[in-house]
Write a protein that binds this ligand. Structure first.
Ligand code: SF4
Length: 352
């Protein structure tokens, strides 16, 4: 595989084989002055993932640039591993996965199929489309709730599902997200941590800043009028006794907790669910809200909600470029309501 391809898709197993072949060791990557540009690019990769939820493609003009890009992926994984924060791991993995999907959408179908094969999917060309084994299709589409992804709405022939190149790229996004998230954190020793101390601290500060941004104190009194459409729909489904998928329950619980609802109040919201079992619901809610686990989970951001098929009924506020998170929607709606009459409503930032 060409170096340029590895630079664009650095998670492929061929990448580590290539680095070994070039004699690049972990020690040299961590400490050699030659690899300073790669260490810098790796830090940028993590910060970009945190800030923007995607890693933008750099223009590369030769083998040196390609190698820096390829190595920046290895460095980024080390920095993420040194921080070993679940929010960071999830955010980073998703950003790499979104970048992969974006790049694949510019490739031809044969290339996307080749990439799916590299990722271990049972896939083959089929009359201008791709044919995926139903088990792989189900595995990688399991979080997508939109009707178009349901197996009953797909062409199914002898256990294989026919998908377009674009759909295959979306399935690959999930495959890449899963793979990267499951591989992290990598084991890192004290020497590596010391070598990356500045980058680790910078990334940790950014992670803490993002978490602080969503602390419940900033949300004031709970107001259902300010709920984003996705959360309204999930609440409505609960109330109507419709079955809400696990990812929807997680999103709703973490969202309601973050805006200040008590665990008892959240249990009450869940009580209309057809499969409601109070003990189980309390166990799950206590875990997500940190009461039993010690870890408070933040609700997923819009990109994740979309991927999981639970971004329901987005409205004009949802379509603002800066609105990356359901909590931003809630906060901005609060600002609009609190604004004194006659004054301009500020919507040009991301609500921070
Ligand atoms: S865009 Fe975001 S806030 Fe709006 S409905 Fe979708 S997930 Fe919810």
């Amino acid at each position: 595989m060409k170096l340029e391809t590895l630079a664009r898709y650095p998670f492929l197993p061929e990448s580590s084989a290539y680095l070994k072949q070039q004699g690049i060791t972990l020690e040299s990557l961590v400490s050699s002055a030659v690899y300073e540009p790669a260490r810098h690019a790796g830090r940028r990769r993590v910060l970009e993932a945190l800030a923007e939820g995607v890693i933008h493609e750099r223009a590369v003009t030769g083998d040196v640039d390609c190698l820096v890009e390829l190595l920046s992926y290895a460095v980024a994984r080390i920095i993420v591993s040194c921080n070993a924060d679940e929010h960071l791991i999830q955010r980073y993995a998703l950003a790499e996965a979104v970048a992969t999907e974006n790049r694949l959408n510019g490739e031809n179908l044969d290339f996307i199929i080749e990439m799916a094969l590299f990722m271990g999917m049972d896939v083959r060309p089929d009359d201008g489309k791709a044919s995926v084994h139903f088990a792989d299709y189900l595995r990688h589409s399991s979080q997508m709730r939109a009707n178009e992804w349901k197996l009953v709405n797909k062409d199914l022939d002898r256990g294989r599902v026919s998908v377009s190149g674009k759909d295959l790229a979306r399935l690959l996004r999930h495959a890449v997200d899963d793979r990267i998230a499951s591989e992290l954190p990598l084991p890192v020793n004290d020497a590596i941590i010391e070598s990356f101390r500045n980058s680790i601290d910078l990334v940790r500060e950014e992670v803490e800043r993002r978490k602080a941004k969503f602390e419940k104190e900033t949300y004031g009194k709970v107001s259902f009028l300010r709920l984003p459409p996705c959360m309204k729909r999930l609440m409505g489904m609960m109330k109507k006794g419709e079955n809400v998928p696990h990812v929807g329950r997680f999103a709703l619980t973490s969202f309601l907790h973050t805006i200040g609802m008590s665990n008892d109040e959240i249990v009450a919201v869940f009580s209309s669910s057809p499969d409601f079992k109070e003990q189980l619901a309390r166990y799950q809610i206590d875990h997500i809200t940190g009461k039993s686990s010690g870890v408070e989970y933040l609700p997923p951001e819009c990109a994740t909600m979309k991927t999981q098929g639970i971004c329901f009924d987005p409205d004009s506020l949802c379509r603002k470029k800066w609105l990356h998170h359901p909590l931003n929607y809630y906060r901005v709606k609060g600002k609009k309501r609190e604004k004194p009459a006659g004054k301009k409503v500020v919507t040009s930032s991301d609500g921070q």
